[in-house]
Design a protein around this ligand. Structure first.
Ligand SMILES: NC(=O)c1ccc[n+]([C@@H]2O[C@H](COP(=O)([O-])OP(=O)(O)OC[C@H]3O[C@@H](n4cnc5c(N)ncnc54)[C@H](OP(=O)(O)O)[C@@H]3O)[C@@H](O)[C@H]2O)c1
Length: 342
């Protein structure tokens, strides 16, 4: 496979308030070639996630590679193997994949990644669900596994109308774990209650802190899944029982001018004995090991096919039409994922 392809390259924009679509540009570039252990994938679909927006702003755990395609996950068909056992076995398969964080990302018609970063996906799963099948579902399961290891009877999660938040609600229900979800407006509460959420609190309500405190005490919720960070972490931790743990996995409210990502919840750490730890799928996934990854992949695919899990999709957009789609997603993320189609 040689020739050229369309791709969305990362562009350096210093204005932190600039719309996300200005941080990429549509280019024509050479189709990459796989090396040993790698595969060349004809990309079908790829979502725009908060991590993509943070990456393009230089606020993510991997420095932006300007002039190279952005995009961390997607699905497609393996066209070519660069050699090696795993890569050879993937040839011709439809796979979900994540980027290895080097070279070009997957917002392109063709993408090269390690064969070990690919998971074969059942043909019955539509492209938009296959494209969003690794990062958020594996994160939701990973967070709940960690909560179980910490021995909490219930969990709290903020920004719960996110796709991770909705997955946590659904998986926790299957496992019989009560979840207290916090959101920032009524429409988000309605959306979560429509999928079966039982305890949803709105952060702007006057009785929010008191309600959270009494519910956290009643349910013995000692773990927070925190994707907001900053003041929200401190506020929720102060309402939780002493010695609770915040698992910080996102920085949705991060101060864009602060490359170190904001402040610690000092009051909670000092006076409430709170603990904090991080979660990053880029580290948690390899730590699971190949066999547990494969069995979890089978479990998620089974749940997707049965309708027990799903990612809400706002739009499926041709790569050429990315600006309006990306900017609409960034303006109101609860509306579901924008899927770029190739
Ligand atoms: N650490 C990891 O390995 C890992 C893996 C996966 C995801 N994540 C993180 O998980 C989080 C959710 O990802 P996702 O793909 O599920 O998100 P998503 O579906 O795009 O939704 C984001 C949600 O966050 C809300 N939100 C945005 N800014 C907020 C703020 N400042 N305060 C409160 N709520 C805010 C949005 O509400 P609006 O509708 O009002 O915009 C929306 O409901 C992100 O932070 C992402 O980076 C981390």
């Amino acid at each position: 496979m040689s020739g050229t392809m369309k791709a969305l390259n990362a562009v350096k924009v210093d204005d932190m308030e600039a719309p996300p679509s200005t941080r990429v540009e549509l280019v024509e570039k050479d189709i990459p070639q796989p090396g040993p252990g790698e595969v060349l994938i004809r990309v079908q679909a790829s979502p725009c996630n908060p991590s993509d927006l943070m990456y393009l702003m230089g606020l993510y755990g991997i420095p932006p590679r300007y002039g190279m395609a952005a995009g961390f996950e997607g699905c497609g068909v393996v066209e070519k193997s660069g050699g090696g056992f795993f890569a050879g076995r993937m040839k011709g398969k439809r796979v979900a994949f994540v980027s290895a964080g080097q070279g070009d990302g997957c917002w392109a018609e063709y993408f090269v990644t390690s064969a070990k970063a690919c998971m074969p996906v059942d043909a019955a799963i539509p492209a938009e669900q296959a494209a969003t099948f690794i990062i958020n579902p594996f994160t939701a399961f990973g967070l709940l596994d960690r909560a179980k290891a910490l021995g909490t009877p219930a969990v709290i999660q903020n920004a719960a109308a996110s796709q991770v938040g909705r997955l946590v609600i659904r998986i926790a229900k299957m496992r019989g774990i009560p979840v207290i979800s916090t959101v920032r407006r009524q429409a988000q509460k309605d959306a979560l209650e429509a999928i079966g959420a039982e305890h949803v609190l709105i952060t702007t309500d006057a009785d929010f802190d008191a309600s959270l405190k009494s519910l956290a005490k009643q349910l013995k919720a000692r773990v927070l899944f925190d994707s907001v960070s900053g003041k929200d972490t401190a506020r929720v931790l102060m309402a939780m029982p002493g010695g609770s743990t915040a698992i910080v996995y996102g920085g949705l409210s991060v101060d864009r001018s602060d490359p170190y990502g904001g402040r610690y919840p000092l009051g909670a750490l000092i006076f409430a004995g709170a603990k904090m730890e991080g979660f990053w799928l880029s580290q948690a996934l390899p730590a699971l090991g190949l066999w547990r990854i494969l069995s979890r992949s089978r479990e998620i695919q089974r749940l997707l096919k049965s309708g027990a899990l799903e990612t809400s999709i706002r739009s499926i957009t041709a790569i050429e039409d990315y600006p309006a789609a990306m900017d609409a997603y960034a303006a109101e993320m609860s509306g579901g994922k924008v899927i770029l189609k190739f």
